[in-house]
Design a protein around this ligand. Structure first.
Ligand SMILES: Nc1ncnc2c1ncn2[C@@H]1O[C@H](COP(=O)(O)OP(=O)(O)O)[C@@H](O)[C@H]1O
Ligand SMILES: [Mg+2]
Length: 234
């Protein structure tokens, strides 16, 4: 469904963040993207979600190319939740994309309430997003992305800063959804819980890929990429 071919990306300062990445995501497939800080996970997700123009290589969604195609099918949550919470209240933030796509404010709010409830955060509806805790903000951005009903979820460290209960709710949601999920995370235990397959990035290249949990039992591979064995594989 979504295919990344020989993707290379150089930041304006000359830093090569991606060096020939190939990745194929099938319908409904859940893939973990792991790797040490700076390995290129966020840069790759930003490409997949159409936030960056491709410099070299190709990304297609059902055979079609272009950042606009990706933007309309892939929902991205950023690593930093502050980058995307712009409205005066949580409910307005989550219903924003629904209203923008032509839904009445009433229906949009109703649908947004349902999404908030599914994530266990109905009580945040009237709060101003910028006053929430880091973990609450993260859940709200997640709700905002779900509202636009994308076919692919590109999630950048979605459980960073969440308490165990909220983390579990996100994991349960991701296990149950039939959307395709590309999950950049340092939480290898969550990756095993949610994903069938993982790709390990190192210095902008795919160092290893394979099925979970098997791939994460390989201490040599993890060590070479600056990662540690997940708790359940120790
Ligand atoms: N705006 C930027 N300008 C220059 N280099 C950047 C920029 N953003 C990220 N990088 C560099 O690109 C590499 C990959 O970064 P990133 O994709 O954020 O990695 P990860 O998400 O795996 O931590 C890192 O070496 C990082 O320092
Ligand atoms: Mg990152």
């Amino acid at each position: 469904m979504l295919e990344v071919e020989s993707l290379c990306y150089k930041y304006p300062d000359g830093h090569e963040a991606l060096r020939g990445v190939n990745l194929r995501v099938n319908e409904g497939e859940k893939i973990a993207l792991v790797g040490a800080n700076g390995s290129g996970k966020s840069t790759l997700l930003l490409h997949i979600a159409g936030a960056f123009d491709v410099q070299e290589g190709r990304i297609t969604f059902r055979g079609r190319e272009g950042a606009d195609v990706l933007r309309s099918h892939v929902g991205l949550t950023f690593q930093n939740a502050d980058d995307e919470l712009l409205m005066p209240s949580v409910i307005e933030d989550v219903s924003f994309s629904l209203i923008a796509s032509g839904m009445s404010a009433h229906s949009a709010h109703e649908q947004a309430q349902n999404i908030l409830a599914s994530l266990g955060i109905s009580h945040l509806a009237s709060r101003p997003p910028h006053k929430l805790s880091g973990g609450e903000k993260r859940l709200v951005t997640f709700a905002g992305v779900l509202a636009s009903n994308p076919e692919v979820l590109a999630l950048d460290e979605p459980t960073a800063g969440l308490d165990p209960k909220a983390r579990r709710r996100v994991i349960n949601f991701l296990r149950e959804t039939d959307k395709a999920v590309i999950l950049a995370t340092h939480d290898l235990d969550m990756a095993i819980d949610v994903c069938e397959r993982a790709v390990i990035l190192r210095e902008g290249e795919i160092y290893a890929e394979g099925l979970l949990p098997e791939l994460f039992t390989d201490k040599n591979i993890l060590e070479a990429c600056g990662l540690e064995l997940p708790l359940r594989c120790q």
